[in-house]
Design a protein. Structure first.
Lengths: 202, 240
């Protein structure tokens, strides 16, 4: 059976149906399907008007997307890091990698401790997907940053930081009771601020 | 119309109330699992049972350090949210601000080398000051000096005592020696007075308990020396 001509699935349950038949298909088709799933979730997470059901699609969490974006960001920034000392490239890579995973873990743990009832990996998945705008900002600054004055560089940084923070704040705030919202949201803000700062200074 | 006070098992229509839920008036604590209760998430949830305005009040109490009001703010509800996120914010400010301060002094701005070691040292120093030292002091105070304050109350107090540094360290980005010393001294005074004033009831008991002031003051002094001589050191002195 040939799945290459299937039209784009409209929601996740259609993708789940396709999954049952993956033993018969080629490796490239499996990979393409996984990439389409990641792209679908990315569009869901980052375009706020698609999120009317408050993150229910994220119940089918995966960590491939966060891993890809984390590695992409760490590699972009370490590539751009000062090359006169080899240790700073590995420093940057290590700091970004650890920061993203430990940061997502701690922010999720914080939400759980504040009484939020959420699956741990669902929240880590969301925070990982929302790192994508920081990736865009890091690539912009890496390629054309050296030709721009500092103030102009700040513009994509602020826009992408606001985009990341706004995408994840809605979900995180909905997890906890109303009088604890700011307590759950502030760590998210700090997390993306750390990452944005890195992409600005490297 | 239910008879809460009576013991009979029949309701007003004469039916036996077999499947009416009995209302438990006495609070029964959950049975603790036998292995390591302190390792579960549920144990720590009691320390995150605060609201955002509680955090504002506690930070405000710590900034107005000469008033011994912290225990009225905290009551029986020490929290760990404050210490954790105040110390993480300070780490970010040290990392970003320390490098920014060096950058402002650098003559050759194109070839500025960012020091990533600041991140590792900041994490070590700040989390030690916010958690390890108060845990050790709290254990000594509770088990050796017989204080009625728990370990987590001391951790909470230490965490909030660091809140003044969030503002002081931002001001320390200004690359002038005198200004940096002035701000750090203000921070030291505020933080140490906060700790001593709130522990005064405990310290005035006897000579042994008064000695607890010595490690408190010395660790605070060590902290600002570390801030000044590692993070905000001025390699190129500014002659103005």
């Amino acid at each position: 059976m040939d799945y290459t001509n299937q039209k784009q699935p409209q929601n996740y349950s259609q993708m789940e149906d396709l999954k049952t038949l993956d033993l018969e298909e080629s490796v490239s088709e499996t990979i393409m399907r996984d990439l389409r799933m990641i792209a679908y979730k990315l569009k869901y997470v980052l375009i706020p008007k698609e999120q009317e059901d408050n993150g229910k699609e994220l119940r089918n969490w995966d960590l491939w997307g966060p891993l890809i974006f984390c590695l992409a960001l760490a590699m972009t920034l370490s590539f751009k890091a000062d090359s006169t000392t080899s240790s700073s490239k590995s420093d940057v890579f290590a700091i970004i990698f650890v920061l993203i995973w430990v940061g997502a873990f701690v922010v999720t743990l914080n939400a759980q401790l504040l009484g939020g009832k959420v699956s741990f990996f669902q929240s880590v998945c969301l925070l990982g997907y929302c790192v994508f705008p920081i990736n865009i900002e890091a690539l912009i600054i890496a390629f054309i940053g050296s030709y721009l004055p500092f103030v102009v560089k700040l513009i994509p940084v602020i826009i992408c930081f606001a985009w990341s923070a706004y995408s994840s704040v809605g979900f995180m705030a909905s997890l906890v009771p109303p009088h604890k919202k700011k307590l759950a949201v502030y760590p998210v803000f700090l997390f993306y601020l750390f990452l944005s700062w890195f992409s600005l200074i490297v | 119309m239910q008879n809460f006070g009576s013991n009979n098992d029949l309701d007003e229509k004469g039916h036996v109330m077999t499947d009416q839920p009995k209302i438990k008036v006495k609070f029964e604590p959950k049975p603790k699992p036998s292995t390591c209760p302190i390792c579960t998430v549920e144990y720590y949830q009691q320390f995150f049972d605060i609201e955002q305005r509680d955090v504002y009040m506690r930070i405000r109490c710590s900034l107005l350090s000469w008033k011994p009001e912290f225990y009225q703010c905290v009551g029986k509800n020490p929290d760990l949210w404050g210490p954790l996120w105040i110390s993480t914010t300070i780490i970010f400010i040290l990392f970003a601000g320390g490098n920014l301060s060096r950058f402002l002094l650098e003559e050759d701005k194109r070839h500025f080398k960012y020091e990533y070691n600041y991140m590792y040292v900041a994490v070590l120093v700040v989390y030690a000051m916010a958690f390890i030292i108060p845990i050790i002091l709290g254990v000594i105070m509770k088990y050796i000096l017989k204080s009625e304050l728990g370990v987590f109350e001391i951790v909470c107090m230490y965490g909030y005592s660091l809140s003044v540094y969030m503002f002081v360290l931002i001001l320390c980005i200004i690359p002038y020696n005198e200004a940096q010393w002035f701000f750090l001294m203000c921070g030291l005074a505020n933080s140490t007075i906060f700790l001593l004033v709130n522990l005064w009831d405990f310290m005035k008991k006897n000579k042994q308990t008064t000695l607890i002031a010595v490690p408190i003051i010395s660790f605070n002094v060590a902290l600002i020396l570390c801030f000044k001589f590692y993070f905000f050191r001025l390699i190129y002195a500014v002659d103005d």
